[in-house]
Design a protein around this ligand. Structure first.
Ligand code: UD1
Length: 346
């Protein structure tokens, strides 16, 4: 058994897939999650997939004393992967203080407690949202592209959290960090035991699409076909969630094996391929054989027209590369939706 790793938000969508990949790589995992956007039975499904039951504590990262006690209980945690955060862009505009309190406070608590408990490293779940709409000459976007003013309080919490980590490390704190900027994570585990479980009406494209395909929603609306892109719809870099999970394992290996070239490193985690919303819909239909009811609607406020990653740095430095085809990824999302129906969940 390798080192003990703390995964905050480990019962969530990306967190649960990452726990499995850490276990597959031999790490011992402790999950904390306040279950605000996930269920404790995800722990059972993690065990079904990996054959190992991770330790689990229902705990909010805003609970400083609770975190302190958790580090005492699970002595020897070597590194943290910090997913736990509120992540709905629209909600963050309505409730900015909730987003700032939750997303900033959680990270600050962890950073304060790391030195006390001998935790060496943290992998932070950041987002391509920090680039805003990159200028045309900066597409595909590299880590060197300028950070743009955030479009939402949610996006701002990602930017500020990156700065909090940079400032803390610069102050001499004995902490090493890797900031992973995700593009658009989609898909589910190939076993269909883990996946994305949105609360209420989904805001993100893929859960809305699969819920439409299965008949929970009547129609998917494509938000705008008058953008300056080849087919007029927005372009994103859709990254398979298991591939994304594996990037975290590589980042943890790198921190613990002291392979970092700087105490804070930043990597884009994307495929390098931009796909439009309409292309994605057609790829879903082609790879699953399911016809999708969709219509073109108006643009959604705050949407970025086009962004996709230059993942060269992650490819060369981390030795990580997105591997799963978009067809397999979309089939996995569909199988997950079918499985949810079978389980009577949605
Ligand atoms: C946004 C954030 C991202 C964040 C994610 C979490 C930005 C630039 N990106 O991603 O940082 O992690 O939310 O929620 O702020 N679409 C439709 N119809 C739908 C739903 C979506 O056409 O019903 C389109 C959107 O207009 C967009 C694309 O699908 O062009 C992807 O949307 P979505 O899945 O919501 O992700 P982002 O907005 O890219």
């Amino acid at each position: 058994m390798k080192e003990r790793i703390l995964v905050t938000g480990g019962t969530g969508y990306i967190g649960s897939h990452t726990v499995v990949e850490l276990q597959n790589a031999g790490y011992e995992v402790v999950i904390i999650d306040n279950l605000s956007n996930s269920n404790a039975d995800v722990v059972d499904n993690i065990e079904k997939v990996s054959g190992i039951r991770p330790a689990f504590e229902k705990l909010d990262c805003l609970d400083y004393a609770g975190l302190d006690a958790m580090f005492e209980k699970y002595k020897g945690i070597k590194a943290i992967i910090h997913f736990a955060a509120s992540k709905a862009v629209g909600e963050s505009v309505q409730k900015p203080l909730m987003y700032y309190r939750n997303n900033l406070g959680s990270l600050i608590n962890l950073l304060e407690l790391m030195p006390k408990h001998g935790v060496e490293g943290i992998v932070f779940s950041s987002s391509c949202t920090v680039y805003g709409q990159p200028d045309p000459e900066n597409l595909p976007v590299t880590e060197k592209a300028p950070i743009k003013k955030a479009e939402s309080p949610y996006g701002n919490t990602k930017q500020i959290n990156e700065e909090i980590i940079q400032d803390t490390v610069a102050s001499g704190a004995p902490i090493n960090a890797i900031l992973l900027r995700y593009f658009n994570p989609i898909g589910a585990h190939p076993t269909a035991l883990l996946g994305e479980l949105p609360n209420g009406v989904p805001q993100n494209l893929i859960p809305y699409l699969t819920q439409t395909a299965i008949g929970i929603r009547e129609k998917l609306t494509v938000f705008g076909d008058d953008y300056s892109t080849p087919d007029g719809s927005c372009i994103r870099d859709f990254i398979n969630v298991v591939d994304l999970a594996k990037a975290h394992v590589v980042a943890i290996d790198r921190i613990l094996n002291k392979k970092q070239k700087a105490k804070v490193e930043v990597f884009n985690v994307g495929t390098g391929r931009g796909l439009s919303v309409l292309e994605l819909i057609h790829a879903f239909e082609a790879s699953t054989g399911v016809k999708l009811n969709y219509q073109i609607g108006p643009r959604r406020a705050g949407d970025i027209e086009q962004v996709w990653a230059d993942p060269t740095l992650a490819n060369t430095e981390l030795g990580w590369k997105a591997e799963t085809s978009i067809e397999d990824t979309l089939r996995s999302a569909w199988n997950w939706q079918l499985k949810l129906r079978e389980r009577g969940i949605q």
